[in-house]
Design a binder for this molecule. Structure first.
Ligand code: NDP
Ligand code: 8X3
Length: 253
């Protein structure tokens, strides 16, 4: 029988790659994001390629009422969620703290921290009820290290790191696994969003090295989900070989 995974931020990057890989590996998938047309395209692709069932839920994770309504609307057969992949997130802007744009800060805090909390608050009780489940939080190498201009994004991912540890403590007596995956540089739409649509600037972080792909992180997530019932990966930092820390890279000319 197929398992069920709910993946937030499935329209692009890590979330899209994870959706495709889980569908290929015996999961029916609930896919979420704000861009409805991309969710519909992905549903079509998954159904044709992998014959998995797909449920599309289009909402903004920053809007608690939308999150509540989406999860409350789940048909009974979709409520047995085996894996919640808390992936939706973003960085916007790169500034010293004194020059930061407060609207950017609020977008990051509302999406990366509050959005993750809203979803988890609705889905974790369904897992607790069944005494089973696996929550995978996509943190970042920026969740344990900081770098110049990264201030609020790094803080938001430090919050995800703290919440992942706290969730593990709260979930332990309910037989629910909590895994945090903390990627370094992954080439997705992330950089385009960070540089507010400036596609030239967005290429800079990837110059002279081979970054990770969404598929690399999807493989790591699948690995964590596939381990025996008594084994949990708590925390995994994953970088390209050319990245040694959040600010040290080896770039070839
Ligand atoms: P992408 O920009 O490619 O994907 C981000 C996803 O998040 C999109 O599907 C987007 O969907 C969704 N999303 C963003 N804001 C919202 C919102 N308010 N409501 C609902 N969905 C939202 O980036 P990545 O795949 O790289 O990012 C995925 C996660 O990985 C993020 O949490 C990011 O912080 C983390 N990460 C990324 C790294 C990288 O180098 N790329 C490194 C470390 C961590 P839509 O726009 O349709 O709403
Ligand atoms: C994304 C990785 O180093 O750009 O979380 O912050 S980094």
């Amino acid at each position: 029988m197929r398992k069920i995974a709910l993946i937030t931020g499935a329209t692009s990057g890590i979330g899209k790659a994870t959706t495709l890989l889980l569908a290929e590996n015996n999961y029916n998938v609930i896919i979420t994001g704000r861009r409805k047309e991309l969710l519909d395209e992905l549903k079509q692709e998954v159904e044709v390629k992998y014959k998995s069932d797909v449920l599309v839920l289009c909402f903004d994770v920053r809007e608690k009422a939308q999150v509540d309504e989406a999860i409350d609307s789940l048909p009974e057969r979709w409520r047995k969620i085996d894996a919640l992949i808390n992936n939706a997130g973003l960085a916007v802007g790169l500034n010293h703290i004194q020059d930061g744009d407060v609207d950017d800060w609020e977008r990051m805090i509302d999406t990366n921290i509050k959005g993750l909390l809203y979803i988890t608050r609705k889905v974790s009780p369904l897992m607790v009820e069944r005494g089973a489940g696996h929550i995978v939080n996509i943190g970042s190498i920026a969740g344990t290290q900081v770098y110049e201009n990264g201030n609020v994004y790094c803080a938001s991912k430090h919050a995800v790191h703290a919440l992942s540890q706290a969730m593990r403590i709260d979930m332990v007596k309910h037989n629910i696994k909590v895994t945090e995956v903390r990627p370094g540089l992954v080439e997705t739409e992330f950089s385009i969003v960070r540089f507010k649509g400036d596609s030239e600037k967005a290429k800079n972080p990837y110059k002279g090295l081979k970054p990770l792909t969404g598929e690399d992180i999807a493989n790591v997530i699948l690995f964590a989900l596939s381990l025996p019932a008594h084994v949990n990966i708590n925390d995994m930092e994953v970088t390209p070989i050319a990245q040694a820390s959040s600010s040290i890279y080896f770039r070839k000319e």
